[in-house]
Write a new protein. Structure first.
Length: 365
């Protein structure tokens, strides 16, 4: 699920948006690069999983809206459960649940590349592919557990995101994915700007150093290991201790006011939702145009053009989002990211296939 995007401004709210974006351009470009890389890796392995057996609810389930409703319900249950466990201080269980889910998703993304490597080495078999995929994904998760620095978090996060966008993208037709994205965007806006529980969830994940987000440092000396558990929420914790005999450590005065942390954060869900529509477009739209055959299978230029147009729309949404992030406030990422992706899908689909080819018949059950 999307968390939100948050940047930390060095000059405070007095700085102009343009100056703030200029000050943070390295982290914004880095985040855009991770956004693109996650989706393109998922796109590269799409032909491997574009088969009925790999769809989460089978071939018939790809057009049933009830399964999307189930996905939304599971997201809500997961969010409530994680926040409840965090408030109870049961961090070990949160970490165990999340790391297991991350391992499964990463295994899914690593497997085609492991098979390719083993084919090149002449060592391919079901057992060797499974064992290699297990060792790489499990080893990465273990490294994340013992050394959750930002580049480890990002490496795992990109592969996990690629696995998730592929798993869901090949499981639902674009019309259902779009409905899913609209519902998720509405929820994300409310969760970040209304109830604000998404900020609490984000802080929990940052404090536990879990890769359900991507981290784009502004400077080379940044360390994710130093982040605490109140990154997204500016308000001090309730009942926070204040030493009134020596208030200086608690109150920033004059020119010594802290500059803020040197990083940009994006919830992994903010990449996954646009990526799902990219993969779904390539999987379910009519196979028109030239065939493109490569090591993992075959794609067609017609639906691929729509998929890449969807990605470009997502990037336009990302650019618009960065103008808001530069203000230094938490932002719900999905309204703009999903909106841009859907617009990109419709525009590119109109020119590449025709608007009538973008609709799929759906049912609830």
């Amino acid at each position: 699920m999307a968390l939100e995007v948050r940047a930390y401004m060095a000059g405070g709210e007095q700085a102009s948006i343009l100056d703030a974006m200029k000050d943070q351009w390295t982290s914004m470009v880095g985040m855009a690069g991770m956004f693109i890389a996650t989706i393109l890796i998922g796109l590269s392995i799409q032909p491997v999983y574009d088969i009925p057996e790999a769809r989460a609810f089978g071939e018939a389930g790809a057009s049933k809206g009830g399964f999307i409703a189930l996905e939304l319900m599971m997201i809500g249950i997961f969010t409530v459960a994680i926040i409840w466990l965090a408030r109870k201080g049961i961090d070990w269980l949160i970490k165990g649940i999340v790391l297991f889910a991350l391992w499964m998703s990463m295994f899914y993304a690593v497997q085609p590349y492991a098979a390719l490597l083993l084919i090149i080495l002449g060592m391919e078999s079901f057992a060797t592919v499974a064992a290699t995929s297990f060792m790489v994904s499990a080893g990465s998760i273990y490294l994340l557990h013992i050394f959750p620095e930002w580049y480890v978090v990002n490496g795992v996060g990109i592969m996990v995101g690629a696995g998730v966008v592929t798993m869901i993208g090949v499981s639902f037709v674009p019309v259902l994915i779009i409905l899913f994205m609209i519902a998720a965007a509405i929820y994300d806006h409310w969760a970040v700007n209304g109830s604000k529980h998404m900020l609490e969830l984000a802080d929990t994940m940052i404090d536990l150093k879990l890769p359900v987000l991507l981290v784009a440092p502004k400077s080379s000396d940044y360390s994710f290991l130093d982040e605490g558990d109140r990154v997204m929420r500016d308000d001090p914790p309730e009942n926070s201790p204040m030493d009134w005999d020596d208030p200086v450590p608690n109150v920033a005065v004059g020119k010594d006011k802290p500059k803020g942390r040197e990083a940009l954060f994006m919830g992994l869900g903010d990449v996954i939702f646009p990526g799902m529509l990219v993969i779904s477009s390539v999987s379910f739209l009519p196979e028109t145009g030239s065939e493109l055959t490569y090591v993992f299978g075959t794609m067609y230029t017609g639906p691929l053009a729509v998929g890449l147009g969807t990605l470009m729309g997502g990037l336009m949404g990302y650019l618009a989002l960065m103008t808001q992030v530069a203000r230094g406030k938490p932002q719900a990422g999905l309204p703009l990211l999903n909106g841009g992706s859907i617009l990109g899908y419709l525009v590119s689909g109109y020119f590449a296939l025709g608007i009538d080819q973008l609709w799929q018949d759906i049912t609830f059950l």
